[in-house]
Ligand binder design. Structure first.
Ligand code: PAF
Length: 291
């Protein structure tokens, strides 16, 4: 720990303004939904390295959950999160309740580009990115951060936020950080807590499937755009889905996309990423591997 002042905890916009007023520089924001693990703390460490004051927000954002999803059971571990953030030298924790962040029904929402936000996660979780962008906009507006840190684990979210910031011309730098993994490859996620013992044992197979796809995608990337390649992409994706299905998974998608706009590869030499989402029992996991 630095010999720095104690972390301020703000639960209202006015407390946040008071806390921010103690610093002369604009902060770097780490937006989270709490239940912090080493992946989140790596984002806080990334923010810390910027030299600016670090604000972590903690808010389980109802707007980005579908009615049948896990909003009610999403793990809430406020005391442990506070302790972890103190240990990580976070300057301010902003933890508003719903009445503070959404004092009236949030009927004005950010509508992201459907080409980016209605595919992949957006296809299986309609409205998800509208919910994410709307809360991120509110957080940006009340904090005016100089930068915000997002994890590559949520590659599509990072991409959508990058495009939103660019299109609105906000002077906010989007910093990113690599996915933090367990020793067996499983990407850290708050939802890993839902996995039973046998499921936890099986869960790294999603990362293994994406890694195997990435290895097969590398030579294909060199001939992307040819008819041969488009058949090969489809075969690669179908085989990977079938293999996971045979192990008891229900894949939503496993697919190779361009890193920047998440569209299918079109030309040789494009930077690609393999993205996947699949259910294991009642738990939906997502991950990605760069090609
Ligand atoms: O990645 C998350 O935890 C959330 O989607 C975010 C960015 C905090 C918005 O609620």
């Amino acid at each position: 720990m630095r010999g720095s002042p104690p972390m301020h905890i703000a639960t209202s916009f006015s407390e946040l303004q008071l806390a921010l007023g103690r610093f002369s520089a604009a902060p770097v924001l780490v937006p989270t939904m709490g239940n912090l693990h080493a992946g989140h703390l790596a984002l806080v460490a990334r923010a810390r390295r910027s030299g600016a004051p670090v604000v972590t927000s903690l808010f389980v954002n109802r707007l980005q959950f579908l009615p049948h999803e896990d909003f009610d059971r999403y793990p809430r571990t406020f005391e442990a999160d506070c302790a972890a953030l103190r240990e990580a030298d976070c300057d301010i924790l902003f933890a508003p309740d719903e009445a503070e962040l959404y004092p009236e029904p949030q009927t004005f929402r950010v509508q992201p580009d459907p080409a980016l936000a209605d595919i992949l996660e957006g296809e299986f979780r309609p409205g998800f990115f509208t919910g994410v962008c709307t809360v991120v906009l509110k957080l940006f507006a009340c904090m005016q951060p100089r930068a915000a840190v997002f994890g590559r684990k949520d590659w599509q979210q990072l991409t959508v936020v990058r495009h939103m910031v660019r299109q609105f011309g906000w002077p906010i730098e989007i910093l990113e950080h690599d996915t933090v993994r367990e020793a067996d490859g499983l990407a850290l996620s708050s939802r890993n807590a839902y996995l039973g013992t046998a499921e936890r044992h099986e869960a790294p197979q999603l990362h293994a499937a994406l890694t195997a796809m990435a290895a097969r995608a590398r030579p294909l990337a060199a001939v992307a755009g040819t008819p041969m390649a488009s058949d090969a992409w489809a075969a690669l994706e179908a085989e990977a889905c079938e293999r996971l299905q045979a192990r008891g998974w229900q894949p939503d998608y496993l697919t190779v996309r361009r890193r920047t706009d998440l569209q299918p590869p079109r030309r040789a030499g494009e930077a690609l990423v393999v993205l996947g989402a699949a259910r294991l029992g009642g738990t939906r996991l997502i991950d990605n591997v760069e090609v």
